[in-house]
Design a protein around this ligand. Structure first.
Ligand code: NAD
Length: 298
């Protein structure tokens, strides 16, 4: 018999992920604090539980998709999820959270007699709906092996990155590259504008030369060269700027905690925090090109 899944956090990401587990034949018992989120999940075949604890008590695997580390730790420990679950339950946290919180949550789960992995995702809501997420997984081999079939039902790839917290570490390191490179690409386009260089000319050169990167060739921050990029639809996300700001904030915490000399990562975190609180609140993260252009007086 396939394992019973408790799914806590049925928001933008959690709802389609839970729906894909149902489609794959799992019995999914879900909970969210927002009644509308529960109703939508029920319409997709998820059974509603009266509480997260009730869902966890009857499950073989507990999956969480929550906003931040404090929510995960509060549920695991204060709310009693770990205590309510049967010994040997697998805890899979797919939220993007602090590495330190992920390690603490993992430790608490293991101390309570369970298995645990951190398994944050990339691919966004579209990837969650299409079942094409990439999971970055931290935890021991046995826990990863037990999580794999479940992750395969929601994604196209699961990379075992190392011990507890390694999944979160991979996620924030990758997104620090992405945040910094999007700013670099955007600054280059604005510099090109000031020098009278067309967007297409810069794109044609950089995308086939050493400036090539995902921020340029897939999510190009100016309209035109890459028709599918959010710049062509007035910067409708895509990957929303507040989520980039969140991930860079987590990276900046880890940079400071580790005493790492990551000047650009810290600067990118500050720039995205300001952008996400202002004009970028509802925009794709590539919209930062407009803030750079504005500050340049162009
Ligand atoms: P969301 O806010 O839409 O969903 C989170 C859900 O958790 C909400 O429905 C909320 O009510 C619920 N929740 C919070 N505390 C709870 C509790 N104690 N018990 C039950 N439910 C509770 O957020 P999202 O966009 O689905 O993102 C979830 C996680 O995935 C975040 O960590 C985010 O950083 C990460 N992520 C999001 C995206 C994206 O594109 N949205 C992409 C990659 C990773």
């Amino acid at each position: 018999m396939s394992p019973v899944i408790a799914f806590v956090g049925l928001g933008h990401m959690g709802a389609p992920m839970a729906a894909n587990l149902v489609k794959a034949g799992y019995r999914v018992v879900g909970h969210d604090l927002v009644p509308d989120a529960v109703d939508a999940a029920v319409a997709a075949g998820v059974e509603a539980a009266p509480s997260a604890v009730a869902a966890a008590a009857d499950a073989d695997i507990v999956l969480t998709m929550l906003p931040a580390g404090r929510h995960v730790r509060a549920l695991y420990q204060d709310a009693g999820l770990l205590a309510a679950a049967r010994p040997g339950t697998l805890f899979v946290d797919c939220s993007t959270i602090d590495v330190a919180d992920a390690r603490a949550a993992h430790q608490a789960a293991v101390a309570a007699g369970h298995l645990a992995v951190d398994a944050p995702v990339s691919g966004g809501v579209m990837g969650a709906e299409a079942g094409t997420l990439t999971f970055m997984v931290g935890g021991d081999e046995a826990a990863f092996a037990r999580a794999e079939p479940l992750l395969a039902a929601m994604g196209k790839k699961a990379v075992h990155c190392g011990a507890a917290g390694a999944g979160q570490a991979a996620k924030i390191c990758n997104n620090m590259i992405l945040g910094v490179s999007m700013i670099a690409v955007s600054e280059a386009f604005v510099l090109g504008e000031s020098l009278g260089l067309s967007h297409q000319a810069l794109y044609d050169v950089a995308s086939t030369a050493s400036g090539q990167c995902w921020a340029l060739s897939v999510n190009c921050p100016v309209p035109g060269p890459v028709p599918g990029s959010p710049a062509n639809r007035d910067y409708r996300p895509g990957f929303a700027a507040p989520l980039m700001a969140k991930d860079l904030g987590l990276a900046a915490n880890a940079v400071r905690a580790g005493g790492v000399d990551a000047e650009l990562g810290l600067r990118a975190a500050a720039l995205y925090a300001a952008f996400a609180e202002g004009a970028g609140a509802g925009e794709d993260f590539s919209g930062i090109v407009r803030a750079i252009r504005e500050r340049s007086g162009q």
